[in-house]
Write a protein of this length. Sequence first.
Length: 322
Amino acid sequence: MKLVVQVKLLPTSQQAAALEATLDANLAAGNLGKPGSPRRVKIEAQPISFRSLAAQPYDDRCLSWQHDARTVSIWTTAGRLKGVAFTGSAQQLALLAVHRRGESDLICRDGMWFLYATVEVADQPLSQPDGFVGVDLGIANIATTSDGARHCGKGLNAVRHRHRRLCRRLQTKQTKSAKRLLKRRRRSEARFAANVNHIIAKSIVTEAERTGRGIALEDLQGIRERVRLRTPQRVTLHSWSFHQLGAFIAYKAVRAGVAVILVDAAYTSQQCSHCGHVDKRNRPDQATFSCTSCGFAEHADVNAARNIASRGETGWAVSHAA
Ligand SMILES: [Zn+2]
């Protein structure tokens, strides 16, 4: 499986100037696509301050890694740039040192330099699941498992609200610096959300792996339907975040050899996971599930996650019957 590892470059000011000149020269030379190509048009249409986002792909002839020294050498328009220091998380650095293959992208963002390097890791062989962990995605609780583990979105939602308030204030100012600040805020919020999603995905996959089970996720098509009820801004944010969490769970699962199945999540919130009875009145409020037929009561998200787990089990049995 291919993954992308991100490391931060720590160039000296002289090195940064050479990198900058190279990115500019590349744009001029059409290395970012032929004139009129969608990629080129998109990059050129951006105001100059954002053009720095342009990514420059490097292969092994033009970029070499010195893992022990934690430096890279890069070919620039000014010649070979040696000893550009880089840094990253211990885990990312370890992946990089052992599994890096192919191209890396050089990117400048908010005046900081990054390399996005491709690594290729072997997948674990898929193990036959003995049951499924169901995962219900939501807003108050980002993810709830059929085991009853609730990953609460409180921290994430608080950050979002803080950002939203600040954005509203900034949006009334149309100055250049306000726009720049807005852009930076949005990126930092996205990074925070991605980090939360990574942590949740890891804990779910680890638990499934430990107990020899697969993971049942609701088909994300259904999420869009459900979240459409909210205000437009939240829809974009949350559906984007849901897709990301689903993607993180899926790739971590593949890496660990854990089976993943997508299930139709229609009525999982109204259906009783004990007797199967479906009724809107089974949900007296957002957090509670209480079956009007058999009296079974449970946290609403846990009940939904159990339905997802059993649909996963059925779905797996059907698709692996032969
Ligand atoms: Zn029931």
